[in-house]
Design a protein around this ligand. Structure first.
Ligand code: SF4
Ligand code: SF4
Length: 165
């Protein structure tokens, strides 16, 4: 299962490109109501949390491609962190706290190496507030700004982080 997740995470831009272009074509060619898209964002939000922005959304694809072209990694992190301009992002971000799937840590196997935190833009922006493994800090996966890139889970060498029900 971990291997599958890693392949998915490594292929995320390809998945986002296919989904984003397909969704754009569906909206522009078949005039699908944006209410259906909002409903899809809410349903996926209830199940998976805020996955829509970084796995499905055509706007998210365009913005992420622009950020990938920008020279500063910090700018990209800030974009990921402060991205707030869409009702699907608001609702599904709020649902991160309550979604069926969530990022969990097995404290018994965690080696406190910190690799997961290095992968997370939320921790990069607010390292004194958030951590995936430090028990005293808030969990970034529950925060509004986590858009379930799942890089933290894929990077953990011990399999101590999981994304499951
Ligand atoms: S999925 Fe993990 S790495 Fe990505 S933003 Fe959420 S907590 Fe950070
Ligand atoms: S990468 Fe895994 S082992 Fe290392 S601190 Fe994070 S959860 Fe613990």
């Amino acid at each position: 299962m971990r291997k599958v997740l890693k392949v998915l995470v490594d292929s995320r831009m390809i998945i986002l490109s296919v989904m984003g272009v397909s969704l754009y074509l569906a909206i522009s060619q078949y005039h699908i109501s944006l209410w259906y898209i909002l409903a899809a964002g809410v349903i996926t939000g209830v199940i998976f949390g805020k996955v829509f922005c970084r796995w499905v959304c055509p706007m998210g694809l365009m913005m992420e491609m622009m950020m990938n072209l920008s020279p500063g990694g910090k700018v990209k992190q800030m974009y990921m962190y402060h991205k707030v301009g869409c009702p699907i992002a608001w609702i599904s971000g709020f649902l991160n706290k309550f979604s069926l799937f969530s990022i969990k840590i097995n404290e018994d196997t965690c080696k406190n190496c910190g690799i997961c935190d290095k992968k997370c833009y939320i921790v990069a922006m607010e390292p004194v507030k958030y951590s995936l493994y430090k028990p005293a800090l808030k969990k970034p996966g529950d925060s509004y700004t986590c858009s379930k890139c799942l890089q933290c889970v894929a990077a953990c060498p011990n399999g101590s982080l999981t994304y499951k029900v």
